[in-house]
Design a protein around this ligand. Structure first.
Ligand code: ADP
Ligand code: MG
Length: 680
């Protein structure tokens, strides 16, 4: 190992100057060099035309069949083209800015060209060109990121030199048992094949090996950090009364789904432990998060504590209070505290709170006002957690002494990200709907058919339903959004009134007015609600059975899914209609996925595939790691495997008590300091 830590200048043929050039690529030691992997590979394997894939890189060998013609355009740009005979086919070859090649090319010359293959036009846009036959010795060529001073050829040369002289000193870090279990090549061999792959298969295995290694090291670091974090954050051991809980669960009008049981068990386990719980409970709207939270809060109450549930709006607070009251009956004392609770009523609640006669307090931001004091707050639930700022969450937390905290969100993020993105938060996922739910039927309708959609809405309303109509989203301006909503509102009024009442809601309205309109709609005083995307997450309007979304292709998958979740909350069959004429493939793909699944987790996986992890959280979010080889989206199975293995290793203390884990521990430690950033 020490050997590899020597400066690259130790290599034959690398002098001070070349070493300084390599430094520009962040290559200082021999180790840095050896682990400077190609970012892609060019394939020069000649294949029959019939096996080539449209728009992918291909290599062709053939004879020049027409005199090359050269055209100049722009200042220094040129386009060289000729026909090449490949077996029985005449293929057109185009090369940009390679004017010099013209004088080298004569009729009947054999040439080898590599570039992008256009199957429909039988055309190849060449980026590589060579006179003569294709070489067959090294069909896969590594491509490194290089700069002006370090040329590709010299980098390859010094790489080979380094591998020949020092390759054998590369240390294995994976215990043998793991290599065997996953049939991974050894580290030295894998490095060789990353740089000089002799075949696609060997390259694939080399990549597989490093993908696993990177994920495993990453997961070990994350989990170790999390463990330390837990050890550092002491909390209360909440000894809930298991009998009371069981009894309560049995009193519910339904039995819990497996996913609910699993999440509940995870939460209860946290509560019993001395560290402070910091857990995210994620699941689609209607998957039954609130019930799980209610049982957990009850648990805290049986342990002698008070619990608080904070939600972003008054209507939600009211709905939660009502449904919890339903569940609990007179088992415990529940109060509602919102901005509209004032005067004597409020004073009463304050007193009861401080005396500790209230078990569960449900409310909005009103909960975090300064004069709200708890007797002994031990458990905090924050619904739609992203709607609250860090500061607001902190204030609520600090109303208790190290209370356990449960966050909830109906915007599930893929497991892949959940297990990487949250360094200090544990995640429970309810990825299953209670049985017997009617699946929302989703249709994608081209804009031209709007009339039929309007008729459909009418029919649903005649049968007692209600409809949301969501307006086009215009990213640049919420003024325009509102204008759109107003226009659509006027238009629908002329279509439907007076038999049907149409309402309008948008983001510029004051909060009270929004809430008022929402309650009007909930009480069926209006049958159609035209709205921008401000329609409240989580508000129950069981009667609403139609969700129409204009220009649906302008929304992201998770937002569409959120909007769709506004309907399908009652006994009635519900529908989601996406009006869209997407231009691009991505838009079409999104519409298709929406019609295919109502599973929020699957949708978020798909969304991740379309957008990539960087985009998922917005640019600078979450300290997502950069891997050399691994790809969180495409290799998510490997990530999951690595996560499990890391958990096993850490739980068993193998890093410390088993000698074969020593090398792993050593590389894990490297850069460990930087990992702190992930926790910010
Ligand atoms: P969420 O908070 O995830 O949106 P809720 O907890 O509000 O979901 O549950 C939605 C509805 O489903 C509620 O009426 C609730 O009583 C009911 N529910 C919850 N869990 C189950 C279950 N396991 N079986 C049947 N109904 C359930
Ligand atoms: Mg909810």
């Amino acid at each position: 190992m020490i050997l590899l830590d020597q400066s690259v200048q130790q290599l034959k043929g690398v002098g001070e100057k070349f070493a300084s050039y390599l430094n520009e690529l962040q290559i200082y030691t021999i180790h840095d060099l050896i682990f400077y992997f190609p970012f892609r590979y060019d394939e020069f394997e000649v294949k029959p035309l019939t096996e080539l894939v449209h728009n992918e890189t291909a290599t062709l060998e053939g004879k020049v069949a027409t005199q090359p013609s050269l055209a100049y355009y722009g200042k220094k740009k040129s386009r060289l083209s000729f026909t090449m005979q490949v077996g029985e086919f005449a293929v057109k070859v185009v090369m940009f800015n390679r004017a010099f090649a013209k004088k080298n090319l004569d009729l009947d010359d054999t040439v080898t060209v590599t570039g992008k293959w256009d199957m429909h036009r039988l055309q190849l846009t060449a980026t590589h060109f060579k006179k003569g036959e294709a070489k067959s010795d090294n069909p896969i060529q590594p491509v490194y990121s290089v700069n002006e001073n370090v040329k590709m050829a010299s980098l390859k040369k010094v790489m080979r030199q380094a591998m020949v002289d020092y390759g054998d000193y590369i240390e294995e870090v994976l215990p043998k048992s793991y290599q065997d279990m996953y049939k991974l090549p050894g580290r030295t061999r894998a490095v060789w094949n990353m740089h000089f792959p002799e075949s696609r298969i060997l390259l694939k295995h080399a990549r597989r090996r490093f993908t696993y290694e990177e994920f495993l090291v990453f997961q070990l670091r994350m989990q170790l950090l999390r463990k330390r974090y837990k050890e550092a954050t002491d909390g209360n051991e909440l000894f809930y009364d298991n009998n009371l809980l069981t009894d309560f669960v049995q009193s519910l009008p339904f039995s819990l789904t497996d996913a609910q049981k699993r999440s509940l068990a995870e939460i209860l386990k946290d509560m019993k432990e001395p560290h402070r719980m910091n857990r995210l409970l994620q699941g689609d709207v209607g998957s039954g998060k609130t019930v799980v939270a209610a049982i957990s809060m009850y648990g805290a109450v049986t342990a002698g504590k008070q619990a608080a549930l904070m939600v972003p709006t008054e209507i939600l607070a009211e709905q939660h209070a009502a449904s919890l009251q339903d569940f609990f009956g007179d088992r415990l004392t529940i109060r509602l505290l919102t901005g509209s609770v004032k005067g004597k009523k409020r004073k009463e609640i304050m007193e009861e709170m401080e005396e500790g006669t209230i078990d569960i307090l449900i409310g909005t931001h009103a909960l975090i006002q300064e004069d709200v004091k708890f007797f002994d707050l031990g458990f905090v639930v924050i619904d739609e957690q992203h709607r609250f700022g860090v500061e607001q969450r902190r204030v609520l937390r600090e109303k208790g002494i190290k209370p356990d905290v449960l966050f909830m969100t109906a915007t599930p993020i893929p497991r892949t990200l959940a297990i990487t993105a949250f360094g200090d938060m544990d995640v429970s996922s309810i990825d299953q709907m209670p049985s017997g739910r009617k699946e929302i039927e989703t249709y994608w309708v081209k804009g031209k058919m709007t009339d039929r959609v309007l008729n459909f809405i009418k029919k649903e309303i005649d049968q007692g339903g209600q409809a949301y109509v969501i307006c086009p989203l215009i990213e640049e301006s919420d003024k325009l959004d509102i204008q759109n909503a107003v226009d659509l509102y006027e238009q629908l009024r002329t279509v439907y009134e007076p038999d049907v009442t149409v309402g309008l809601m948008h983001g510029r309205l004051p909060n009270e007015e929004k809430e008022d309109i929402m309650s009007q709609f909930a009480e069926n005083n209006m049958q159609i609600l035209v709205s921008t995307t401000v329609v409240e997450v989580g508000v129950d309007v069981p009667n609403a059975s139609v969700m129409v979304i204009y220009d649906a292709d302008r929304f992201g998958l998770s937002q569409l899914h959120q909007l769709r979740g506004r309907v399908g909350r009652g006994a009635r069959q519900s529908y989601c209609i996406l009006l869209a004429d997407p231009k691009g493939e991505t838009g079409k793909e999104r519409m298709r996925i929406m019609t295919e699944t109502t599973d929020g987790f699957r949708l978020s996986e798909e969304d991740l595939k379309i957008r990539g992890p960087g985009d998922f959280f917005g640019k600078k979010q979450s300290g997502l790691p950069e891997f050399k080889v691994a790809d969180m989206v495409h290799d998510y199975r490997a990530l999951e495997t690595a996560r499990k293995d890391a958990a096993e290793i850490i739980d068993n203390g193998w890093l410390d008590n088993r000698v074969e884990f020593k090398p792993l521990k050593k590389i894990m430690r490297k850069d460990f300091e930087n990992m702190g950033e992930i926790l910010d």
